[in-house]
Structure formats: structure tokens, C-alpha cells
Design a protein around this ligand. Structure first.
Ligand code: ADP
Ligand code: MG
Length: 705
């Protein structure tokens, strides 16, 4: 016999009311193998059993409700598979059908017409008719006499579990049986007493009991508070511990000199005054670079906020300190654009800047790699081609990536290894603003810099929402803008399920536009994902040089592309785009001195979410505000620009609602890491044990995001 170490490790089939076949169902359907799994499978909601729902207020299919109603008829009906029992109940506001397929005879004797019952169960709404299959019922007299829990837990379930009777009441009974088997001694509190009392948190044991069976609202609130704190605290602890370890163990190259190149650039080449935010961020970066620890910094800044200049000045610092730098962008178009603008900025400074992508071949490539290896290239800009093995630096001191969520973990890891002697400093730039709470829980181990100010003189982009009806007027407006010498983007959504449909949508739009904007008065470019890179480049170039008036595209132009003369972004089927994508697209205009516009086209019928997205775009240009709304609408799990692998999911904590808890959890974890970094103090043993048991260690140690 195998020895059972801990009561919570007991296989689930040994729980009263389970047995082998139900155990198998629990394992397969919900992944519940042992007592612990059941204990930690928290209810996802509670039915308040002190007040009743009115039948007329039931709106959606699948709602679990608690009703008080009079049964007005009961009849058994013969069907293909035998008898079923159908009752009709009325609560003064509406009718609901009650249906039984099993124990028909017994129930027909128990549930009597003209009597009042409490009725509990999951409602089906079909063509306006409401029904409950196998409701739980009690006579109103019996219910009143019973001492009841106020809140009834509702657990996640599956169709299979529902049919074998492990959906509602009996599932609740299992958890109740579990609490008969365990005592507070089985639960080691993973938060030391001093943290609990400082934060006003209940014990783990109380929290676990009350999260399943709260007697009153206070208990429910207290248990949620405690368990949410715990979740966020451990999330922060892992991140902050990792950050501390990294800072202590990885030696950073020290860039202490602000030398010839930096001064020359600052005094003679910088074409504009830096914004306050750019200056602050450069200061933050310089502090890292001089600290002796490796920099691992995330730079967030809305589109057009001037991240490229920050990147360039950081690279120039590296050169002053005898190191090479590289800048990697996710697409050829973007990489080339960086290359061209940086070449422009540093012209005449005697810096050697090179460009590398898979399209650089043959002798040119050979020569370039040679110069890179001998240290004769200062700055290498390119696509992911620059992390390939044959690309060898003499002395890489700084690696910058732009639009970080497009790169996979492995690609980033390779960048870290490009300097065999030590890790280069890392700067990750992203134009996808991440809500603060999300940044804290996902990137809490990175240092964060934010450019929250746009260069002066930018005019707010005017955003308007139009439907098909206004198309003629919209086209007139576009012609007027073209007449003024401006250029226009027209973007079609990408229908991921069908590339064919996607392309047709775009082609149809293109052909329609050719009629409205006929040659030779108007010139139209088109770009989509199925085109060869050379063809794309050619079209992009024609547009960038002002030889075409309109760029028709799918979302390939989403990131980074810079054509200051483009003043209108028209988005077709805008209801189909996510908020952050809409915002990214809008960022393609408003890059020059002229007033720019974003026109969101949509049909008439919009979902509530689509309305909210469009209204948000019309209301604000602030990327951080947009990110917050986006997180509220979609939930934190789906926000783009977040960790692709091992995204943090919280069981109870909600990053929209629980910001205050997150702040105290972070502060508590921070103090702990400062005071007792290796958890040596016996009072922190419960924390150490817990981290050991659940292997709470930073997974991609030493990698960014
Ligand atoms: P991002 O990469 O953050 O989207 P860019 O670095 O491409 O933004 O900058 C957008 C535009 O703003 C560029 O044309 C750049 O030359 C210009 N720019 C950047 N910083 C400033 C500044 N401080 N003052 C004026 N213009 C600036
Ligand atoms: Mg950029």
C-alpha cells in the first residue's frame, strides 16, 4: 500500500458519496483527483437564498435561480423513452415549466398542485418559454422551518456531470463531506500571522470554509479578500524575488561615460527639443546602465511618442562606452524604417549603422557580417535575421527590441546570448499601453519606463463614427483631403477564419474604390498579407513617397509605419476590430503637422461591446485609458502585448476590481524581499514551504517577458 502523506492528497474516490465511477468523472471532467483539488475548486457564484427571483426577471438561458412559486398542474407525458413528468408553476409574475425524466412516479406523489414551493435550478429559455429540468424543490413550510445557509455555492460543471447528478446539490454535498473529514490542522496557513493581522485578513482555514459555505455576506467578503490577497501576494513575491536575484547575480556592463558621440549628437544633431518624458526616460536608462546591474527595462509609449529617439540615444551611449548595439523590429518594413530614420539622424557623425534582414544576401551579407565581427559596425538594425547564428558581434552591449509582443520567448533568449561574455543590456519597446495592474502582475520583474507625453505641436486626431448611409459624404471628404495634397489609409479587417474571404473583401473594396477614385486623377496602392515582400515594399514605397493617394490594406500596416503626410485613417467594419488594434491603426495618422482624422465605418446593428469600443475611440486619444477600457471589456487574459507563454491567470483576483488589494500585496511582497530575501527567518517558513510545494519559481528565468 502506498502511504498517504497528507489528508488533502487522499484520492477523491475515498470521499463519502464519490466512489470509483464518480471519481473518474470528476477527474476527467474537472481535473479533480484528490481532496485538495476539490477544496480548491471554488464556487464561481452563489445563489442568495434569502430572496427570490421573479420569473418575469429571468432573462438568459442557463441562469441558476431560486424561485417561490405555486405549482398549478402536474401531468405525466408519454414520450419515446418512457414517461416524463411536466409541471407548470406560477409565481404571480410568470409561468415556468418543471420537467422530470427520472423518478417520475415518486415525484408525482410528492409535488402537489395548488401548493407553494421553493424551486432551485438552471433555467432553459427557449422561444420565450422558461423551464427547469430536475429542479430542487421544497415545500414553503419546510423551507421556512429549516436553518439555512444564506448563500448556496454554484460550482463549475459539465453536461456529463449534470447527467450523473454531480451538477448541483450533490456536488455541494461532496464539499460538505470534505469539511467533515478535515480540520484546521490540515491547513497550513501560507501567510504569517503578522502579515494577516496587518492586512486584516482571516486565516486560511476560515477563508476556505467560507469561500464554499458563507453563512453571511461578511464571511464571503472576508474569505474573498483573504484569498485574493494571497494570490496576488505570491504573484508579486515571485516577480520581485526574481528581479532581486537578477540584479544581484548578473553583472551588468557599466556604461559610465557620456562621451564624444553622445555630446556631438546632443549638441549638433538632435533635430528637436526632447519632451520632458523622453528626458526622464533617458535619465532612468542612464541610471540602469551605470549601476553595475544588467538593465532589463520595458519602455511603454503610445504611438508617436518618440521611442525611436530614446532608443537611438541609448545606443549612442553604448558606442561611447565601446560597445555595439542592435535594434530588432518584427517586420522588414518597420526595421527598414528604423534604419532610414536613424541614418538620417546620425548623418555626418561617423557612426557605422548597418541593416540586416533575410533579403540581404551574398557578398553584401558576407561583408556586413565580417565588419560586425571585427567591431567596425556600431549599430545593427534589422529583423529577426539578426539573431541567427552566423550573426556574431565583437562586443554587443545593448539589445533593443521594438514591439515586443511579436517576438517569441526563444527569439528573445537568443538575443541575450549574442554576447558570450556577459548579457547585454536589454530595452524592450512597446507601443501597446498595458494597464497598470496588468503591467504589475505580468512584468513586475522588469523595470518600467513610460513616455506619457507626445511631442509638442501634434494636433489631436479627430475620430468620428459613420455608417454606410454617410458613405457618399465620407468619400467627398476624402477627395477634399487628397485635393489638399494629403494621403489616406483605408483598412479592411482580417477575417482569420478565412483568408480567401478576407482577400475577397479587400479586393471588392479595392475595385469599388477604383470607381470612386478613378485614374488618372487618383492613384491607389494596395497591400495585403498574400503579396510577396518585394511587391509589398514596392507599394509601400510608392505611398511613402507620395506617388499614390490612397493605401488600401489589411492590418499589415498596423504597427510602426510612418507616413507623416497621411491624414486620414478610414477603417471599414470597425466593429470587428479590437480596441487596441483600432488605437494602433489610428496612430498611423497624426504624425505630421496637419489636422488628422480617423473615420470608423460600421453597420447599424452593433453589439454592446462594439458600441463601447467605438465610443471609447471617439471619446479619447489616450492609449492608457483605452487599454483600461479594453481590459474591462475583454478581461485581463486577452489583452495583447502580454506574456504569450504562461499568461498569469488568477482564480479569484480580478485586475479591474482588485487594484487596491494588488497594491497592498505588492507592497507587502516588496518589504519582505527587502527584509528577508531568502526567507531565512523562521516566521517566513510557511511562505518558503508554500513556494516549495507549488514550485513557485520564475519560469523563464533570465528571459524577458
Ligand atoms: P514611436 O516609435 O514612439 O511611435 P517615433 O519615435 O516614430 O514614435 O516618433 C514619431 C515622430 O515624432 C517622429 O517623426 C519623430 O521624429 C518625432 N519626434 C520624436 N520626438 C520628438 C520631439 N521631442 N519633438 C518633436 N518631434 C519628435
Ligand atoms: Mg516606433
Amino acid at each position: 500500500m502506498t502511504e498517504v502523506k497528507h489528508i488533502l492528497d487522499t484520492p477523491i474516490e475515498f470521499l463519502k458519496g464519490v466512489g470509483p465511477s464518480r471519481a473518474e468523472a470528476l477527474r476527467n471532467e474537472l481535473g479533480i483527483h484528490c481532496f485538495r483539488d476539490l477544496l480548491y475548486d471554488f464556487p464561481f457564484r452563489y445563489v442568495d437564498k434569502t430572496s427570490y427571483t421573479f420569473v418575469k426577471d429571468i432573462r438568459s438561458d442557463g441562469e441558476t435561480v431560486f424561485l417561490k412559486a405555486k405549482v398549478i398542474s402536474m401531468e405525466s407525458i408519454k414520450g419515446k423513452k418512457g414517461y416524463r413528468l411536466s409541471g407548470m408553476a406560477h409565481d404571480g409574475t410568470g409561468f415556468i415549466e418543471l420537467i422530470w425524466f427520472q423518478k417520475v412516479k415518486m415525484i408525482s406523489e410528492m409535488i402537489l398542485p395548488e401548493r407553494e414551493y421553493t424551486i432551485y435550478g438552471k433555467v432553459k429559455v427557449f422561444k420565450g418559454k422558461k423551464s427547469i429540468v430536475h429542479p430542487e424543490m421544497e415545500s414553503i413550510e419546510y423551507y421556512a422551518s429549516k436553518k439555512m445557509l444564506k448563500y448556496d455555492p454554484v460550482y463549475r460543471s459539465t453536461e456529463k456531470l449534470d447527467t450523473i447528478g454531480l451538477g448541483g446539490k450533490s456536488r455541494r454535498r461532496l464539499t460538505a463531506h470534505l469539511f467533515e473529514r478535515i480540520t484546521s490542522a490540515a491547513i497550513e496557513d501560507n501567510l504569517p500571522g503578522y502579515i494577516r493581522s496587518k492586512q486584516g485578513l482571516v486565516s486560511k482555514w476560515e477563508a476556505l470554509r467560507w469561500i464554499h459555505f458563507p453563512g453571511q455576506e461578511d464571511e464571503l467578503k472576508a474569505s474573498q479578500q483573504r484569498l485574493k490577497f494571497e494570490e496576488l501576494f505570491y504573484n508579486q513575491l515571485v516577480l520581485l524575488q526574481n528581479k532581486a536575484i537578477r540584479k544581484n547575480r548578473i553583472k551588468g556592463i557599466v556604461f559610465e561615460k557620456v562621451g564624444h558621440y553622445f555630446h556631438t549628437f546632443f549638441e549638433k544633431h538632435l533635430p528637436f527639443e526632447l519632451t520632458g518624458a523622453q528626458k526622464r526616460v533617458i535619465r532612468e536608462i542612464r541610471q540602469d546602465l551605470g549601476s553595475g546591474a544588467q538593465m532589463n527595462r520595458l519602455l511603454q509609449g503610445d504611438v508617436g511618442s518618440g521611442k525611436t529617439m530614446v532608443a537611438l540615444m541609448t545606443m549612442i551611449l553604448a558606442i561611447d562606452n565601446d560597445h555595439q548595439s542592435c535594434l530588432m523590429a518584427p517586420t522588414e518594413i518597420l526595421a527598414r524604417q528604423h534604419y532610414e530614420s536613424i541614418m538620417n539622424y546620425v548623418q555626418g557623425m561617423g557612426l557605422r549603422v548597418a541593416y540586416l534582414s533575410s533579403s540581404i544576401k551574398g557578398n553584401h551579407r558576407k561583408e556586413l557580417l565580417k565588419l560586425l565581427k571585427s567591431g567596425d559596425i556600431h549599430i545593427l538594425i534589422g529583423t529577426h535575421a539578426l539573431i541567427e547564428d552566423p550573426v556574431v558581434f565583437k562586443k554587443l552591449g545593448l539589445a533593443i527590441t521594438d514591439e515586443q509582443h511579436r517576438f517569441g520567448v526563444n527569439q528573445r533568449a537568443k538575443l541575450w546570448q549574442k554576447n558570450p561574455e556577459t548579457v547585454p543590456h536589454i530595452l524592450v519597446m512597446t507601443a501597446t499601453p498595458i494597464p497598470r495592474t496588468l503591467a504589475m502582475t505580468r512584468y513586475g520583474d522588469l523595470d518600467l519606463s513610460i513616455i506619457d507625453e507626445l511631442p509638442p505641436g501634434r494636433k489631436e486626431i479627430r475620430t468620428i463614427h459613420r455608417s454606410d448611409q454617410s458613405r457618399p459624404r465620407v468619400y467627398d471628404f476624402l477627395k477634399q483631403q487628397i485635393g489638399l495634397g494629403r494621403q489616406i489609409y483605408i483598412v479592411y479587417p482580417l477575417i482569420e477564419e478565412s483568408e480567401v474571404l478576407d482577400l475577397r473583401n479587400l479586393q471588392d473594396g479595392y475595385e469599388r474604390l477604383l470607381q470612386i477614385f478613378p485614374r488618372p486623377d487618383f492613384q491607389i496602392s494596395i497591400i495585403h498579407g498574400k503579396m510577396k515582400p518585394e511587391a509589398k515594399d514596392y507599394e509601400m514605397k510608392r505611398f511613402a513617397e507620395g506617388r499614390t493617394d490612397i493605401m488600401v490594406a489589411t492590418t499589415v500596416i498596423e504597427v510602426g509605419v510612418n507616413v507623416p503626410n497621411a491624414t486620414v485613417m478610414l477603417i471599414e467594419n470597425s466593429e470587428r476590430f479590437g480596441l487596441s488594434q483600432l488605437h494602433q491603426l489610428r496612430g498611423r495618422v497624426g504624425r505630421g503637422g496637419e489636422q488628422s482624422y480617423c473615420i470608423l465605418m460600421s453597420g447599424f446593428k452593433l453589439s454592446a461591446d462594439a458600441k463601447e469600443r467605438i465610443a471609447t475611440m471617439v471619446r479619447t486619444n489616450d492609449g492608457f485609458e483605452i487599454a483600461e477600457v479594453d481590459m474591462m471589456l475583454r478581461g485581463p487574459g486577452d489583452i495583447s502585448g502580454t506574456r504569450q507563454s504562461g499568461a498569469v491567470e488568477f482564480q479569484l483576483a480580478n485586475l479591474v476590481e482588485d487594484q487596491a488589494i494588488l497594491r497592498s500585496a505588492r507592497l507587502t511582497a516588496k518589504k519582505l524581499v527587502e527584509k528577508d530575501p531568502v526567507l531565512a527567518d523562521p516566521v517566513h517558513l510557511p511562505i518558503k514551504n508554500y513556494m516549495g510545494r507549488y514550485k513557485l519559481k520564475y519560469k523563464d528565468w533570465g528571459l524577458i517577458s
